[in-house]
Write a protein that binds this ligand. Structure first.
Ligand SMILES: Nc1ncnc2c1ncn2[C@@H]1O[C@H](COP(=O)(O)OP(=O)(O)OP(=O)(O)O)[C@@H](O)[C@H]1O
Length: 356
């Protein structure tokens, strides 16, 4: 039993090795031990600690850890206050901390560039864009994976003509490879499209296992097809993947663009970079005259990009279903198809944004 009264120096020494739960650095490195007061007669130690993010569950755990350390070393009572570290300190350590968190999530392997494909409304072509963007990135020489997390419609397997299910090897799920792209879909784990009532925590868990239990290998890009809207899963993604960037898909209709703005604002609120807006079903091109008809209105994508302070990366025309496409993969456009070329341009812009 320790009976002597702690000195300020001793308290500092005891707390210096403790780690900031967000910056993953010791309090010594972050200069997080801000104030120490000791009332000797009562062995009361009072400290102020600066951390990367306050008022969280992690802060509560840290609080317990610090109180435990000080009591074990002679303090009878402990007063603890937290404050946010100065912006410069957070900016200095945050990028490395985020990369570390994602690396752990991916089982310590190479960390890919994460791109979440989001939309406000369903049916605007989010999954079509995800699949074709993945194909174009692959054609640009990138190693690409897709997580189909759209629980309201697992459309990626059908769109890519995938019928097989993932194999399991050494307790890891092996993604299905199709056209050189690695695919994992929630649909692989659901029997015959039977309805499931997904609740927030279940979704988070499912997503978590898609990172931890899937053998992704060394990917350059991992695309996430999110459910439409701004729900729980988008929140989970933002929490799990701090470096995840977002691509917003919308139709040119003002209402669709308005709803998509909400999805985008959610990304901005959580400090996620928006790569840009893809306007789908932007126009219909007459085969006879080559004239463009703006059947769903005009300008929604541009307005949306303005609101989100980003740019329109591409506009994709309305296409008659199954026109000339591969019947085994009805939504995948070939490289030399006019829409395939459009996707190629979008993918090149994204690579330039992320890698340059
Ligand atoms: N440019 C387009 N022209 C014509 N049809 C399209 C176009 N883009 C997508 N579609 C079709 O619209 C339907 C919805 O597309 P998709 O599933 O990609 O949308 P989504 O936004 O992912 O929808 P959900 O969130 O409901 O899954 C599909 O049948 C798809 O083939």
């Amino acid at each position: 039993m320790v009976t002597n009264v702690l000195s300020q120096e001793e308290v500092k020494e005891l707390l210096h090795p403790v780690k900031d739960p967000f910056l993953h650095r010791t309090l010594e490195e972050t200069d997080g031990v801000k104030e120490i007061t000791i009332k000797e007669e009562k062995k009361h130690v009072s400290v102020k600690i600066g951390i990367g993010k306050t008022n969280t569950g992690e802060q509560m755990q840290l609080q317990q850890e610090i109180v435990g350390i000080l009591k074990k070393n002679g303090a009878t009572t402990v007063g603890l206050r937290f404050e946010q570290l100065p912006d410069e300190t957070i900016e200095k350590f945050q990028p490395a901390a985020e990369a570390e968190q994602e690396k752990t999530l991916m089982g310590g392997g190479k960390q890919p560039n994460f791109i979440a494909v989001a939309s406000g409304k369903g049916g605007v072509g989010k999954s079509t864009v995800t699949v074709n963007l993945a194909m174009s990135l692959m054609r640009l020489g990138k190693k690409v994976g897709i997580i189909d997390a759209d629980i309201y419609g697992f459309s990626v397997p059908d769109m890519m003509g995938i019928e097989e299910r993932p194999a399991v090897r050494a307790e890891k799920i092996i993604p299905v490879e199709r056209f050189g792209v690695q695919v994992i879909s929630m649909g692989f784990f659901v029997e015959d499209n039977s309805p499931i009532i997904w609740r927030g925590p279940m979704l988070g868990k499912m997503l978590n296992s898609f990172f931890k239990e899937v053998e992704w290998g060394d990917l350059d890009y991992l695309l996430l097809d999110l459910p439409p809207g701004t729900g729980d899963i988008a929140m989970d993604v933002h929490e799990l993947l701090p470096t995840c960037k977002e691509l917003i898909v919308s139709t040119p209709h003002p209402t669709a663009a308005f709803v998509a703005a909400r999805a985008g604002q959610m990304a901005l609120k959580t400090d996620h970079e928006i790569l840009g807006v893809v306007e789908n079903m932007a126009y219909f091109e007459s085969k006879k005259t080559g004239e463009k008809e703006y059947v769903f209105g005009k300008g929604g994508g541009k307005k949306l990009a303005e609101v989100l302070q980003t740019q329109v990366l591409g506009q994709l025309p309305l296409q008659q279903p199954y026109e000339e496409e591969d019947e085994f993969a009805p939504s995948v456009y070939q490289q030399d198809h006019p829409i395939g070329k459009e996707y190629h341009k979008i993918a090149s812009k994204i690579v330039a944004k992320i890698e340059e």
